[in-house]
Design a protein around this ligand. Structure first.
Ligand SMILES: [Mg+2]
Length: 370
């Protein structure tokens, strides 16, 4: 019996037998209908997946940024309080007054600078634009909770003064050992969100991604320890954006990058406790909450490991004392992504909550259209 060639046109010639030929043509017609249907289904499935992906990214951006803002606001009233004071009178929700005399839900420089950075990134990577927005915040109270700047780090202030006097954006950050406060780590979160969306989930393996992270830090904090802390944090954020529940895969990728960079080798020891078999097993008394960038990163990662809810993670982190708002902000960005269960009673008092959510939406929308 004559064998029918495949109906997809890959065979040589249609059959000669008239009956078989008719059967063959019918098979070809059926094949074309099936192929077209599959094609349409593939496109529909792709669009559906792409849509889901965008929705997931939108939710992730909002959870991460609101997590940061809520963590900041939890810490603002007790900034500079000692651990012992907070053991006697622990934070258990949003408070008014305290250190800065602000209403409950007031966020500080951490959130203002992160929001400025996120807004700038909607226009792409422009370091002068980032610094111009930071300066507008410092000078005019732009992107503040209530129009007032009540909290600013020393290195940030010095960098902004240099920028205001004409120094180019990437030359403004301090490069000394004492310029390693947590002022760039506290605001770097939007850069991780941006890189995940524009360079993809493998960005912790890409030198170009670290160049952008380091430059965004170096606007105010240019020492290799600050740059590395931001790189590790962004890689941790990416891991959570990828749906992982542990950040250690990202930390490992970032550490591999820094291991091969001679300019960072000298400072590698600063991060030796940030290992999955070291940091999580340290007692709480070993976790510091000063303004040193490594302490802040350790505190955020340590608390993320130990809790299964945003509330539990943030309350314990803020109750470490001292630089409570920044530990809260850095832990809050991660915890918002990991748990996504930011308590509504905390969110409901956040100053300008809707505007923050709108800005997050605009940021996500930028990449949807791009
Ligand atoms: Mg602050």
């Amino acid at each position: 019996m004559e064998k029918l060639p495949p109906p997809d046109g890959s065979g040589s010639m249609p059959p000669h037998d008239p009956g078989l030929r008719k059967l063959y043509e019918l098979a070809c017609a059926v094949f074309r209908v099936v192929e077209k249907t599959h094609h349409i289904q593939d496109i529909a499935q792709w669009n559906h997946l792409k849509g889901d992906n965008i929705m997931m990214f939108k939710d992730a951006v909002k959870n991460a940024m609101l997590g940061l803002v809520v963590g900041d606001a939890l810490g603002v009233p007790v900034e500079f309080c000692s651990r012992e004071e907070l053991e006697r009178n622990p934070v258990n929700g949003m408070r008014a007054n305290g250190t800065h005399g602000q209403p409950a839900g007031t966020w500080s420089d951490d959130s203002s600078m992160a929001l400025c950075l996120m807004e700038s990134l909607t226009k792409g990577v422009d370091y002068a634009d980032m610094m111009a927005r930071f300066l507008r915040w410092a000078d005019k109270g732009y992107m503040t909770a209530h129009g007032e700047v009540f909290d600013m780090g020393i290195a940030t202030r010095q960098a902004l003064i240099r920028f205001a006097h004409g120094t180019s954006a990437l030359e403004c950050g301090g490069t000394g050992e004492y310029d390693n406060g947590n002022g760039s780590l506290m605001r770097i979160l939007p850069v991780a969100l941006y890189l995940h969306r524009t360079m993809g989930p493998d960005f912790p393996h890409m030198p170009e991604a670290y160049r952008i992270i380091h430059n965004a830090s170096a606007l105010t904090h240019a020492h290799p320890i600050s740059l590395t802390a931001c790189g590790l944090y962004c890689a941790a954020v990416n891991e959570l954006l990828c749906g992982q529940t542990s950040v250690w895969g990202g930390i490992k990728a970032a550490k591999e990058f820094y291991r091969d960079q001679p300019e960072f080798a000298f400072h590698r020891n600063a991060f030796q406790r940030i290992e999955p078999d070291v940091l999580p097993s340290l007692p709480r008394s070993e976790i510091k909450s000063s303004g040193y960038v490594v302490h802040t990163l350790e505190a955020a990662l340590w608390h993320l490991e130990r809790h299964d809810s945003f509330r539990g993670c943030l309350l314990e982190a803020v109750n470490l004392g001292e630089d409570t708002d920044t530990v809260g902000a850095v832990a809050g960005g991660l915890a918002g992504l990991k748990y996504g269960d930011i308590p509504e009673d905390w969110l409901s008092v956040i100053a300008r909550r809707e505007e923050i959510a709108d800005l997050c939406g605009a940021f996500s929308q930028t990449f949807e259209e791009g």
